[in-house]
Design a binder for this molecule. Structure first.
Ligand SMILES: NC(=O)c1ccc[n+]([C@@H]2O[C@H](COP(=O)([O-])OP(=O)(O)OC[C@H]3O[C@@H](n4cnc5c(N)ncnc54)[C@H](O)[C@@H]3O)[C@@H](O)[C@H]2O)c1
Length: 397
């Protein structure tokens, strides 16, 4: 163990005596990592900041946000920080998925490099899943790993995107292609922010809750079914319960497998279809949650066609998606596409995964299989069962 002493002048003297490895040591050393961080759920901005500042204390904050979030909540955040004597700088990007790009990451690095931000400071991601993914990745590379905290403002961010440390930007070839695992120092959800979120984005966030319910929590499925109408109407009590439960489920799943070696993979349910669909849409017009809703249905139909479903799930899922105002078929997607481009966009994902496409297939609530052998013909059949046409059919119209 190193020893440390402080001289009268305040200089730190560190002394150490690390032994050389012996010839018979099979592993030279074990590198330890500490990734523990708190997740808080609050109802107001002052309460959220109380929790956040427990982690960042008096450090300077580099706030990354988008122009829409800034318009609704930026002035209140800055007023609260001024009141508490916290120093900050801020950069706002255009809202939406298109900002989750290498171009915006470069813009942010230039901004940080020209600022007074140091390794003792924190990036504060103030926005939805896009800002948390982008800002987390920017922080992971800046000064070789700057601390960051997430103060998420969308339902999707609060129930999923802000937690788990998967940070990335999109690439025209594939969604989230360039990124890292870089855990935040703290995550704070203020459910009060959801009052200004528009209904379409509120619904989109619920897709990630339905996903968690199917893969890991029958009680959560029942909760969502019992409160679907209150949730889409934006009832804050129901939303707070939804967010608290999602935080718990996600942290349990992530804790088992923080770097997605295996056990965390059920969280990808719906995403093997959703991500290629978003790539086909050019990362615009289609919301991530809408793509996940449709993707879950396609993957559940694949499970049904293979005969792996141990209880009926397709109809209950369709019914719930309709009540949550999420796409339950091709005609309710906000983009018009067909089967072949989606299959083509799955190909790079297969390459990234070393030649096989992992698909999470539900067996029943709380039980999933991860399979690697789903054929394009099966995916095409399931897409078709969801009303998606073939390219030839589109051409003949
Ligand atoms: N890292 C992960 O584990 C993970 C998990 C799930 C999703 N994601 C990512 O999250 C992203 C989607 O996140 P999203 O749906 O939050 O999108 P988003 O961040 O683009 O936010 C959606 C829209 O809502 C606006 N907005 C945000 N907060 C608001 C508020 N309180 N009031 C009014 N408007 C507000 C934003 O300006 C934006 O226009 C995707 O890129 C997805 O890949 C990441």
């Amino acid at each position: 163990m190193p020893t440390e002493a402080v001289s009268r002048e305040g200089a730190h003297c560190m002394s150490d005596d690390v032994p050389l490895p012996t010839d018979d040591e099979p592993i030279i050393a074990t590198a330890h990592r500490h990734d523990t961080y708190p997740i808080h759920v609050t109802r107001t901005l002052p309460a959220a900041l109380d929790r956040l500042l427990e982690t960042t204390e008096g450090a300077r904050l580099a706030i990354i946000t988008d122009e829409r979030v800034d318009q609704f909540h930026g002035a209140a955040l800055r007023a609260q920080l001024d009141e508490r004597g916290i120093r900050y700088i801020q950069h706002a990007l255009p809202p939406g998925e298109r900002s989750k790009s290498t171009g915006c990451a470069l813009e942010l690095w230039d901004w940080l490099a020209g600022s007074q931000i140091s390794r003792d400071d924190y990036v504060l991601n103030f926005g939805g899943g896009v800002i948390c993914d982008l800002g987390g990745w920017v922080a992971s590379a800046f000064m070789r790993d700057l601390h960051y905290v997430n103060l998420s403002t969308t339902l999707l961010g609060q129930v999923d995107g802000a937690m788990g440390g998967k940070v990335a930007v999109n690439h025209p070839v594939a969604k989230n292609l360039i990124g890292a695992f870089h855990q935040p120092s703290a995550v704070v959800h203020n459910v009060g922010f959801l009052e200004t979120l528009d209904p379409r984005h509120l619904s989109a966030g619920m897709a990630e809750c339905v996903k968690k319910a199917i893969i890991a929590s029958p009680p959560y499925w029942h909760f969502i079914n019992e409160h679907a109408e209150q949730l889409v109407e934006g009832d804050l009590d129901a939303l707070e319960e939804l967010v608290r439960a999602a935080a718990k489920i996600k942290s349990v799943l992530v804790e088992r497998d923080p770097y997605e070696r295996d056990l965390r993979r059920p969280l990808n349910f719906g995403h093997t279809i959703a991500h290629p669909l978003e790539t086909v849409a050019g990362y615009q017009d289609l919301l991530h949650g809408e793509a996940v809703a449709f993707g879950m249905l396609v993957e559940t139909r694949i499970a049904a066609a293979r005969g792996v479903l141990a209880e009926p799930l397709v109809d209950p899922l369709v019914e719930l998606l309709i009540r949550l105002r999420l796409p339950d078929c091709h005609d309710r997607l906000p983009i018009d596409t067909c089967i072949e481009p989606v299959l083509q966009a799955i190909a790079p994902v297969r390459r990234i995964r070393g030649g096989s496409t992992n698909i999470v297939l539900p067996k029943k609530l709380g039980v999933v299989f991860i399979v690697h052998d789903v054929q394009n013909t099966e995916t095409a059949c399931a897409l078709s069962a969801c009303g998606m046409p073939h390219t030839a059919a589109m051409a003949n119209e």
